[in-house]
Design a protein around this ligand. Structure first.
Ligand SMILES: Cc1cc2nc3c(=O)[nH]c(=O)nc-3n(C[C@H](O)[C@H](O)[C@H](O)COP(=O)(O)OP(=O)(O)OC[C@H]3O[C@@H](n4cnc5c(N)ncnc54)[C@H](O)[C@@H]3O)c2cc1C
Length: 226
């Protein structure tokens, strides 16, 4: 989307003169011309007269405007929050949550984070793989969240159940499930170049209901074993 910046002489302001002050054009005379042609009319359905819709609404309040320029509604340089979806609530997804919430806490102001997890609970590999004797194959003291080492392991190679217990405890302690949506499976994602966003298709794994949501950044923490 593009926001045009106009100066007092009704012309586009050169980039060098722009100081993050912008407003939408208020009249046809202010609209930029393409290859010297007649300015594109702000309203393509022809229902506006003197800036007012025939139904009485004003330009500012009518979102049905079909302006081919698609002028941005926000001022240029308006800060925006970035919507981030992370797929999976195993170690990868919850490390991501820790980074946004604690490690780089300044990200709180600019990121809206959502973790989408198909299962009913956190844990990923350690939730799903619960067969008898399942255990970590590296020493437990190096198999932990780096921000919360665990001196309490009962065995050199921790069992799957003990890892899952540690995992859940740590998630609660650091509030890492704050942005978590359980029973939510990502079943499709399409990148839209024109919007600069992902259209993500989600399925509620309990009701099988589908819905679509949009995000700027899609992070895969899907793992390979679940
Ligand atoms: C028996 C066993 C021993 C292991 N031992 C070790 C070891 O010693 N050292 C080691 O480093 N690793 C080991 N691993 C590997 C282990 O998988 C990783 O260490 C780690 O748990 C992977 O974490 P993850 O978050 O990347 O993926 P996972 O734990 O697999 O989590 C992925 C999550 O994403 C969710 N998900 C997937 N697709 C979707 C979707 N489309 N929509 C929504 N949610 C989705 C899944 O439900 C899951 O919860 C072991 C694994 C097993 C099974």
């Amino acid at each position: 989307m593009t926001a045009f910046v106009m100066d007092e002489n009704n012309g586009p302001v050169p980039a060098a003169k722009q100081h993050c002050v912008a407003r939408a054009p208020e009249s046809e005379a202010e609209l930029p011309k393409i290859n010297g042609a007649t300015p594109v009319k702000p309203i393509s359905n022809g229902t506006y007269t003197n800036g007012t819709h025939t139904n009485g609404t004003t330009k500012e309040h009518d979102h049905r405007t079909q302006d081919p320029f698609k002028l941005a509604k926000d001022f240029a340089c308006t800060p925006r929050r970035i919507k981030v979806f992370t797929i999976g609530a195993g170690f990868s997804g919850l490390l991501m949550a820790h980074k946004f919430q604690h490690r780089f806490s300044e990200m709180e102001e600019i990121v809206d984070h959502t973790i989408l997890e198909a299962h009913h609970e956190v844990g990923g590999t350690w939730l799903v793989n619960n067969y008898p004797g399942v255990q970590c194959d590296v020493p437990a003291h190096i198999y932990a969240f780096p921000f919360d080492p665990n001196p309490e392991w009962t065995r050199f190679y921790a069992s799957g159940a003990e890892i899952l217990e540690y995992f859940k405890k740590t998630v609660k302690k650091w509030n890492l499930d704050r942005d978590l949506q359980l029973n939510t499976k990502v079943v499709g994602a399409i990148w839209h170049d024109s919007e600069g966003m992902w259209e993500v298709e989600l399925e509620n794994t309990r009701t099988e209901e589908k819905r679509k949501e949009w995000c700027h950044v899609l992070v895969s923490g899907q793992g390979v074993l679940v």
